[in-house]
Design a protein around this ligand. Sequence first.
Ligand SMILES: NC(=O)c1ccc[n+]([C@@H]2O[C@H](COP(=O)([O-])OP(=O)(O)OC[C@H]3O[C@@H](n4cnc5c(N)ncnc54)[C@H](O)[C@@H]3O)[C@@H](O)[C@H]2O)c1
Length: 287
Amino acid sequence: MREFAGKTAFVTGGAAGIGLALGRAFARVGMNVMLADIETATLTAAVKSLENPETSIRGIVCDVADPSSVERAAQASFEAFGNVHVVCNNAGVAAGGGIDNISLDNWRWVLDVNLMGVLHGIRSFLPHLRGHGEGGHFVNTASMAGISGGLGLSPYTASKFAVVGMSEGLAAQLRPFGIGVSVLCPSYVRTGIGESGRNRPPRYGSAPVLDPNSPAAAMVAAIAASLQAGLEPDSVAARVLEAISNDEFYVFTHPNMREQVDGRFAAIQAAMDKVDHGPKVAISGPG
Ligand SMILES: NC(=O)c1ccc[n+]([C@@H]2O[C@H](COP(=O)([O-])OP(=O)(O)OC[C@H]3O[C@@H](n4cnc5c(N)ncnc54)[C@H](O)[C@@H]3O)[C@@H](O)[C@H]2O)c1
């Protein structure tokens, strides 16, 4: 998608962090923007912060874990703006864990928001994007945690690997319709993701209390420090705009992650090398 002015973008998790920066970047290039978020007060402030004389900015309270809430947000966007062209399935939460503290409530919450939330966005907007025929683009926010499993056994890693995988499949299926897909994979960005618990609905119970001397607590502290030193959300958003414009699929933002990525792919390659001389079976469908 090369022309942005006059078109419309929908962004989940749009009240703060990367989502708000995406909204700001879209408004700057002349797009109308619908910010969708679970946090009412920050959403109101976010909409106000983007208001400008050239484009229209709206906000809608939405819980991406709830398909009917996303459906309502989609309908509100169509009513407000007509056609929507860019859909950023960006809302996400992080919760700790590890092999000594496997909390099913944590897993359900993180998967419902980070994975099902992305699916709900695709499900509510895909027929519309295909129907209006003006082209469009999905941006699904994953993470470097969706490319390399450095965070250990965590629902966050599982959710982000799933978002990368589903985005790869979606991109292949949407290419014939002129609808682009990007998967955003940042490493640390200076946002409020470390305080995700502020948006944890009671239905997922309370966060498990970590033993301050546990490896999980040490990891949480190290992550908090890395987030503080992270990239500014606006530079991530600038990269996303460029990726939409050039129809790039993988959107990376942190060059220092190369070593980790290369290590994982070298291990996969070495494992494939081991089976090179084994018997080959005929595969007729996709592998
Ligand atoms: N910050 C990082 O270092 C980093 C790195 C890689 C990927 N990401 C991803 O970027 C995305 C945005 O996170 P961020 O870093 O800007 O964090 P953030 O906490 O600053 O922003 C997340 C936004 O999502 C909203 N949200 C949370 N639960 C929601 C729900 N159920 N429905 C709707 N909105 C909800 C929050 O209210 C908040 O406004 C997430 O998917 C996150 O996993 C962040």
